[in-house]
Design a protein around this ligand. Structure first.
Ligand SMILES: Cc1cc2nc3c(=O)[nH]c(=O)nc-3n(C[C@H](O)[C@H](O)[C@H](O)COP(=O)(O)O)c2cc1C
Length: 367
């Protein structure tokens, strides 16, 4: 309430990317003492972070305390991991991480179209895998799963892509809990073509080889675009099942001009992907989750992402078939208490309806 009334209107006037980096920097500072981390935890949760077994989920063999994970893009550099955990998230997906440092597209490249809808054309900016590796090592042991989102530099050809993804996976094979394959960012020309069946098969094979038989312990997910046709999604489902990887993260940002166009000519003409609390975008990603869940009978594990910002939007994606959820733009739209308030809302919903675990909700629309 205080955030939305007083703070968010101020932030709306500032450069979105600069704000994001400043908040991340402040959160990292909080990590230097247990006391400051605790203050952050109490401020975001109104007390200690929620811990309740009813919220626990298991996806791709990874156990999460609750279903909420910080999605790729919020912490590309592994610089605020303990702080994000203290906000109430059960895990963080770091990245996208690229083999070599990359500046990304010219600024400005991240905009709040409305206070809770974002358009970004960052173009996979990354300090490169060595720097991210050092940052992650700084933490030592962490209490939560950390995923590494694998990306590639924009000058990598389709032919070299499998080895470029594999190099990052190899680097993190001992300290990532799971991996996700980013073949769906709209801001790297040609990247989304890697979602084609042949490309995807070759990339998955290379990443699996780089993990050298470790895959039982290191689950792999493919992160897909919401702008795919049903046939393309079905192709991906087949590849996921045939290759025996854990599942799908659905979805990345949308390029849809109809979603952008609603907000006026300025946004329609800008390149970049839309994320956050846009009704059409949320529906798009939820319908893809639903399609994957119903066509595979739940055989393919799904992490749902796209506009999760409150208990209702979280429930929608769980009911469609997601086992866990990711949030990026919601941290800006709702503020740092977003995970805490969703977790509390889910518990209230479960208590009201006599639901004992989240597995009872997952896929309930499609059973
Ligand atoms: C500023 C920003 C940067 C992002 N960077 C990445 C990225 O590097 N890799 C990736 O796979 N997804 C990236 N994403 C996509 C998010 O992980 C997520 O799929 C998308 O934003 C939808 O979730 P949301 O509505 O909760 O933001 C980014 C999103 C935003 C808003």
């Amino acid at each position: 309430m205080i955030y939305k009334t007083f703070l968010r209107p101020v932030l709306d006037r500032l450069d979105s990317e600069a704000w994001h980096l400043n908040v991340k920097g402040l959160m990292h500072l909080c990590e230097f003492t247990g006391f400051t981390l605790r203050i952050l935890e109490f401020a975001a949760n109104g007390g200690p972070r929620i811990r309740d077994e009813k919220l626990a989920v298991r996806v791709g063999g990874v156990s999460f305390e609750n279903p909420l994970i910080v999605g790729a893009g919020w912490d590309k550099t592994a610089r605020a991991l303990r702080a994000l955990y203290s906000l109430g998230f059960a895990g963080v997906e770091v990245g996208s991480v690229l083999k070599r440092p990359q500046r990304g597209n010219p600024k400005p490249r991240q905009f709040m179209v409305t206070p809770d809808v974002c358009l970004n054309s960052l173009g996979l900016n990354s300090p490169g895998m060595e720097a991210v590796f050092q940052n992650l090592a700084w933490y030592g042991r962490l209490d939560m799963p950390v995923g590494i989102n694998l990306g590639i530099n924009s000058d990598v050809s389709h032919e070299d892509a499998p080895q470029a993804y594999a190099a990052v996976a190899r680097k993190f094979r001992d300290n990532a809990t799971y991996f996700s394959l980013n073949v769906s960012s709209p801001n790297t020309p040609g990247l989304r073509e890697l979602q084609d069946r042949e490309h995807l098969q070759t990339i998955i094979r290379a990443v699996k080889e780089s993990l050298g038989g470790l895959l039982v312990d290191k689950p792999l997910f493919v992160k897909i675009s919401p702008d795919l046709s049903t046939e393309q999604i079905d192709d991906i489902i087949r590849v996921v099942i045939d290759s025996g990887i854990s599942g799908v993260i659905a979805t990345n940002t949308t390029n849809s001009s109809s979603v952008k166009g609603k907000y006026g000519a300025r946004w329609k003409g800008l390149s970049g992907g839309i994320s956050g609390n846009d009704f059409e975008y949320k529906e798009l990603s939820t319908s893809i989750i639903s399609h994957i869940y119903s066509t595979t009978g739940g055989q393919v594990e799904i992490i749902g992402v796209g506009g999760v910002c409150d208990t209702d939007s979280a429930l929608e994606k769980l009911r469609a078939g997601a086992k866990a959820l990711q949030i990026v733009t919601g941290l800006r739209g709702e503020g740092l208490s977003v995970a805490s308030s969703i977790n509390k809302g889910l518990l209230r919903f479960m208590d009201r309806n006599g639901i004992k675990n989240l597995g009872e909700i997952t896929g309930s629309y499609n059973k």
